[in-house]
Design a protein around this ligand. Structure first.
Ligand SMILES: NC(=O)c1ccc[n+]([C@@H]2O[C@H](COP(=O)([O-])OP(=O)(O)OC[C@H]3O[C@@H](n4cnc5c(N)ncnc54)[C@H](O)[C@@H]3O)[C@@H](O)[C@H]2O)c1
Length: 283
């Protein structure tokens, strides 16, 4: 088994389930969040995730007692010195991530591989936050939500990442039941460029009155075989997040990713999707 002890930083939506998928394959996992109450909430959520998986026949009922105890709650990153791999999944903010990586740089062993789950920050930029000698062991691992169910991981080498590390990280992804693809360190990597090109066109169709959000979702599900339509997806993940990603993509690639005006209007009005009570779909 490669990477026997895995540290995860950030116990939010992504970090908690990343911890789970490693624990499910027999690895020892360390989990830290600045807010320890969020680690408690994460553990309760993971129990529910496993419960649903058991109901659907995906896991044996014994996993709850076996996998969850493998996740050790840590009080700080100084407990990560025996980790072989650490995956960072804190807020999408370069300064916050930079602090985490410079701390990890002090505490983890020389052999430890550091990975970021960032969706939009350059891996090479994040690698520059650790000492030069560690940059060959720094990589991007972009998981998809919900991590327990989504099979893809974009593996993103930075400028200095050693090919051997890329291979080891691709292999560990396979060991935890994922399918990794190697992607260059460009803004949006591959999947977000594809997704937002489609979301922007879907929004343009609605603005032009060509079809309703509901019918476009039906078209994507029944005509293209997507499991969920773009408007349902935007509502589930908050429209403001899609807007933010499109602004980043527009900054990198120009007008082809320019967010549609209606997105700004909706976010400005507080119609931000499911959590806010109203988005493309009304209650
Ligand atoms: N949500 C998604 O669908 C998705 C998909 C792919 C990648 N990502 C990326 O994954 C990362 C995490 O996203 P998320 O949706 O889980 O966010 P989240 O807000 O649910 O969780 C982030 C967690 O990080 C913790 N945190 C913040 N600063 C910290 C620090 N210094 N040390 C330890 N913990 C800290 C927060 O308390 C919070 O619990 C982001 O970089 C995001 O862009 C998210």
């Amino acid at each position: 088994m490669i990477f026997k002890t895995v540290g995860v930083v950030g116990a939010g939506l992504m970090g908690s389930e990343i911890a789970l998928v490693f624990a499910l394959t027999g690895r020892k996992v360390k989990l830290y969040d600045t807010d320890s109450s969020l680690v408690d909430q994460a553990m309760q959520r993971l129990e529910r995730v496993l419960g649903k998986g058991i109901d659907r026949g995906l896991y044996d009922p014994s996993v709850i007692d076996i996998a969850l105890p493998r996740i050790e709650r840590c009080e700080g990153l100084d407990h990560y010195s025996d980790c072989d791999l650490v995956i960072e999944a804190v807020f999408e903010d370069e300064a916050v991530k930079a602090r985490v990586f410079s701390d990890l740089d002090r505490f983890v062993s020389n052999d430890c591989v550091l990975a970021s789950n960032t969706s939009s920050i350059s891996i090479t930029t994040l690698a520059s936050k650790v000492s030069e000698s560690r940059r060959s062991r720094f990589i991007g691992t972009h998981f998809f939500s919900p991590v327990s169910r989504m099979k893809l991981v974009e593996v993103i080498p930075g400028l200095d990442t050693e090919p051997l590390i890329v291979e080891q990280v691709m292999n560990v992804c396979r060991e935890i039941g994922k399918t990794p693809i190697e992607v260059k360190d460009v803004v949006g990597f591959a999947v977000n460029r594809l997704l937002h090109a489609m979301m922007i066109e879907a929004t343009r169709l609605v603005e032009e009155g060509v079809a309703t959000p509901e019918d476009i979702d039906v078209a994507c599900r029944l005509g293209l075989g997507h499991p969920i339509g773009p408007f349902q997806l935007m509502d589930a993940t908050q429209i403001s997040l899609s807007l933010q990603v499109q602004e980043i993509l527009c900054g990198a690639y120009g007008d082809r990713f320019k967010p549609r005006p209606i997105m700004k209007q909706m976010v400005g009005a507080g119609y931000n999707g499911k959590k806010s009570g109203r988005g493309w779909y009304k209650p």
